[in-house]
Structure formats: structure tokens, C-alpha cells
Write a protein that binds this ligand. Structure first.
Ligand code: AG3
Length: 289
């Protein structure tokens, strides 16, 4: 948080890019140090409430729908028939809420390491938590890495990794050892999707994720991109990996006829999000050799 002389601003500085994103703050509503991290909640002038973890933007009221819809609907409309879904991280419950919109989903486990993220989301972002009482949902507060290691082989259809940046507690969620365990926990046609940072700032990370996913045994990897105004560079990505086959489109008709409302996601957008800028195509093609 940096202060200017007239007003208070929250800023996330984007090193090493010499850039920052700021929101004018009306009030700091809460701050606490948990055993894992420092969580803060602000009321902002134009973006509603803001949650930060260790000083980094996690979400705002105004634009979280883009991220949460893109972390859930593309992967769920790519799997032929997703019934058992695991969300790792995602303690604000925004991704979980989107997952539960799919009537075919029978089980949705959310495994968040820090229970305080969820308790604060319940208090300050009640809309994101509105589906937490759904009988298909189970909220677990454990280490996602251990959860996946100990999961029943073949149990999950889809694993969604809604984590913070790959530093601190989330680092292990971006590594080969974890991906290897994820493959084991996934059933036939199983899919994993992971938030994969900014295509402008973090291309090295995106290529590392692709490499690690392939090396650990996933058959195919595909990134999608979308705007996320409050995250570094304002442009974000998620990366899907398929356990046993090459990607060949998605259930487009089902996406068009989805029996629930979305604000960002739709079938055309889904298709568009998989079309990559030339420099990304080239970087990923180079990995395949
Ligand atoms: N997911 C956080 C993505 C990383 C944001 N990084 C940053 N601000 N430097 C947040 C959880 C949303 N459900």
C-alpha cells in the first residue's frame, strides 16, 4: 500500500517491469496474518471490495467474474462428462461457485490451505460463497499438494488449480512432481487447468509450465488467455492439460446451450480464448521441437 499526499491508494508494483496497478481506497476493512500469509480486505472507490494476499491482488468485486468463469467453464466444456471436480486453492470460492453451475457435476472438492481466506470471503465477498451450502460441495482446508498425492487413483475428472503466484505456498503447485500426482488422480479423459500468469510479463513461466506438464506425462497442453484488469499487465492466462489425448475442440453446442447465466464466458469467447498471439504460438511450438 503506498500513500499519495491527497488520497490513499493501494498499489501492486510489478517488478521487474517498472509498472504498477493502483486502486483508490476508501477504507481498509481488515488485515490479518495467518500461519500462511497476510490477508487484507479494502473497500475501493471504483472496484468494490479488494482482497490481497501478501500485498498482491487476489480479486475485486468488479472484475473477478472474468477470471472465475475462465478458470472453470472452458475446462468443464472440454471434458466430455465432468462429474468429479477438484479445486485447489480458490479459497474465495468464486471458482467453486462457477463449477457448481454445471448440473452434471456431482462432487466438487475445494482444497484450500488457509481456512482464513474462505472465512474472510464468506464475510466480505458473500456472493462468491453463495453456493457453499450446495450438497455437492465439500470445503476442505488442507495442503492441496498432499491431497492430490493421497487422492484415489483415477477419482477426479477435472482438477482446477486456482492458486496465487508460483512463490511461497503455491510454488509446489507448478512443479513436475505435483503434475505427476495429478495425472494419477485423474480418470480417463482427465483434465487439469491452472492459472498461468500474464502472457506479457511471464512468458518464461508459461513455457516452464508447458514443459513441466509434458515432461510429467500429460498428452497435450493448451493455454487460453483473457483480460484481468487488476492483475499484472491486465492480461492473464490459464493452461489446460489433457491426461490421455490431444485437444480437439470443446463441447461447443453444450456451451451454447448452457443452462446457467454467465457474464464473460460463451462459446465464441471460448474459441477465441484458445487463439494465441504469434509470439505465444512460436514459443510453444519451439518446445515441441
Ligand atoms: N488467483 C490469483 C492469481 C495471481 C494474481 N497475481 C498477482 N496479483 N500478482 C487468485 C484467486 C482468485 N480466486
Amino acid at each position: 500500500m503506498s500513500l499519495d499526499t491527497n488520497t490513499e491508494w493501494y498499489s501492486e508494483i510489478h517488478d521487474p517491469n517498472g509498472a504498477a496497478f493502483s486502486l483508490r481506497v476508501k477504507a481498509k476493512l481488515h488485515e490479518e496474518k495467518t500461519p500462511f500469509q497476510t490477508i487484507a480486505i479494502y473497500d475501493t472507490e471504483g472496484f468494490g471490495r479488494l482482497m490481497t494476499i501478501d500485498g498482491l491482488v487476489m480479486l475485486t468485486d468488479r472484475d473477478n467474474f472474468i477470471y472465475h468463469e475462465m478458470m472453470s467453464h472452458p475446462v468443464l466444456f472440454t471434458h466430455p462428462n465432468p462429474k468429479r471436480v477438484l479445486v485447489i486453492g480458490g479459497g474465495d470460492c468464486g471458482t467453486l461457485r462457477e463449477v457448481l453451475r454445471h448440473p452434471g457435476v456431482e462432487v466438487a472438492h475445494q482444497v484450500e490451505i488457509d481456512e482464513r481466506v474462505t472465512r474472510l470471503a464468506e464475510e466480505y465477498f458473500p456472493l462468491l460463497c453463495e453456493s457453499n451450502g450446495d450438497p455437492r460441495a465439500e470445503l476442505l482446508f488442507e495442503d492441496g499438494i498432499r491431497w492430490v498425492k493421497e487422492a484415489e487413483a483415477g477419482y477426479y475428472d477435472v482438477i482446477i488449480i486456482d492458486s496465487t503466484d508460483p512463490v511461497g505456498p503455491a510454488e509446489g503447485l507448478f512443479g513436475e512432481a505435483f503434475y505427476h500426482d495429478a495425472i494419477r488422480a485423474l480418470g480417463t479423459h482427465g483434465l487439469l487447468v491452472q492459472q498461468s500468469e500474464s502472457p506479457l510479463y511471464h512468458m518464461h513461466l508459461l513455457t516452464d509450465i508447458h514443459k513441466a506438464l509434458r515432461r510429467s506425462g500429460f498428452a497435450d497442453v493448451q493455454s487460453l488467455h483473457f483480460p484481468q484488469p487488476v492483475y499484472p499487465s491486465g492480461w492473464w492466462s490459464c493452461t489446460m492439460a489433457c491426461k490421455d489425448a490431444a485437444f480437439s475442440g470443446f463441447r461447443e453446442q453444450a456451451a451454447r446451450e448452457r443452462p446457467f447465466a454467465t457474464r464473460y464466458y460463451n462459446a465464441d469467447l471460448h474459441r477465441g480464448a484458445t487463439a494465441l498471439p504469434t509470439y505465444m504460438q512460436e514459443a510453444f511450438a519451439a518446445l515441441k521441437g
